[in-house]
Design a protein around this ligand. Structure first.
Ligand code: FES
Ligand code: FES
Length: 159
């Protein structure tokens, strides 16, 4: 039996997106299936890996743990909103230059997590930055190049 769909308008990367979703549909699935924004990846689907991290009102959230119907009236930011046309965001540029990715599966989540922390705390110290980044999992890189990339972006993003 199909549950009744709820019509709502999400604001994603500054654009309104009208969707009609079942109340149980996650934000991650809604972004991917209803908005066509497949840059948000799904790994564990139960809040462990962080691959699905997006920003909600500038706070990082695991979009596999949030329902789309909870997101009316908030600003959602996804990896698709980072670049400015052809110009990469500093965090993307840093991952590119410092080999912060291999398969790329975890990368959107790390990019959004790092963006939120560097915007909120541009002077965050190395140790705290490591602790923040420890919430997301990567099975390829061994993490060092991710940390190097985020340090480089921090240098670029400091006001
Ligand atoms: S897919 Fe959401 S935390 Fe792993
Ligand atoms: S680059 Fe492959 S999981 Fe992180």
């Amino acid at each position: 039996m199909n549950a009744e769909r709820v019509e709502l308008t999400l604001t994603v990367n500054g654009e309104p997106r009208a969707v009609a979703v079942e109340p149980r549909k996650t934000l991650a699935d809604t972004l991917r299936e209803d908005c066509g924004l497949t840059g948000t990846h799904l790994g564990c689907e139960h809040g462990v890996c962080g691959a699905c991290t997006v920003l909600v009102d500038d706070e990082p959230v695991r979009s596999c743990l949030m329902f789309a119907v909870q997101c009316s009236g908030v600003e959602i930011r996804t990896v698709e909103g980072l670049a400015d046309g052809d110009r990469l965001h500093p965090i993307q540029q840093a991952f590119w230059e410092h080999h912060g990715l291999q398969c790329g599966f975890c990368t959107p989540g790390f990019l959004m997590l790092a963006t939120s922390v560097l915007e909120a705390r541009p002077d965050i110290g190395d140790e705290e930055l490591r602790e923040v980044l420890a919430s997301n999992l990567c099975r390829c890189t061994g993490y060092q190049n991710i940390i190097t990339s985020v340090h480089a972006a921090r240098d670029q993003m400091r006001p």
